[in-house]
Design a protein around this ligand. Structure first.
Ligand SMILES: [Zn+2]
Length: 239
């Protein structure tokens, strides 16, 4: 409950910030339309995800009293690495890309883009993470700690927060900053040769040679796709 409240406040604050920093009325209207599309996808996808997680909650409640910072950090690192590989598979395997491209079809990245996913990707991604998490028999409450940290970075890196180059470089040494993640959505990049696939820590991209530092914000989206409701419907049908 506390996690949902923290994330809701963060989400609304970032969306409001981006709206206020959108220069004119036509762009503001486009942003509102975009947010509506993304929220519809969010309700479908994350409703299903909540049901999936609920299925595992009985075992989660058995071991929720213990706390270890070492274990919390380990779980965040471990799940972030698993998420890196899952993201990479989504770009390299054509039938997974059919679902992941719903996320990439957004040509006006904003906080709500962080929730724009095809429900099939959300189901498969959740099962992928749960599978690796239960494989090590880790205590369940750390899964939700990772979720909190993950969504913090997911929200902030989809928001167009410009940082000065020096600060951006320092942050990017360890974490994925907004402009670095925007480069992942670069309209000029081939999906199979993507960069900056990490969500929290940038060193996974450095380790696996998929890192590209970027300070300026690039144009985002897909070359062959507009961001209309019809395009969205087509990509939801995995066409
Ligand atoms: Zn991607």
């Amino acid at each position: 409950m506390a996690k949902s409240l923290i994330l809701s406040v963060l989400f609304v604050s970032l969306i409001s910030w981006q709206y206020q920093h959108t220069p004119n009325n036509s762009e503001k209207n486009y942003l509102i339309k975009n947010i509506k599309h993304n929220m519809i996808l969010f309700i479908i996808s994350y409703g299903i995800q909540a049901l999936l997680l609920f299925r595992f909650l009985p075992s989660a409640s058995q071991n929720t009293t213990s706390w270890s910072w070492v274990m919390a950090i380990f779980c965040i690192l471990y799940l972030d690495l698993i998420t890196y590989f899952w993201h990479r598979l989504n770009h390299q395997i054509p039938w997974l890309w059919k679902f992941h491209k719903v996320h990439h079809s957004d040509n006006l990245l904003n906080t709500s883009s962080a929730l724009r996913f095809h429900f099939v990707e959300v189901i498969l991604g959740t099962l992928f993470r749960i599978g690796f998490f239960t494989f090590l028999q880790l205590p369940w409450h750390y899964y939700f700690i990772h979720e909190l940290v993950f969504q913090f970075f997911n929200f902030t890196q989809h928001t167009k927060i410009a940082l000065n180059n020096k600060l951006n470089k320092i942050i990017s040494y360890v974490f994925i900053s907004p402009s670095v993640h925007h480069y992942h959505h670069n309209i000029l990049l081939e999906n199979s040769k993507s960069y900056n696939l990490s969500t929290i820590f940038s060193f996974w991209d450095r380790c696996f040679k998929t890192y590209h530092y970027q300070n300026a914000f690039v144009d985002c989206g897909l070359k062959d796709q507009e961001n209309t409701a019809q395009d969205l419907l087509h990509s939801l049908m995995a066409k």
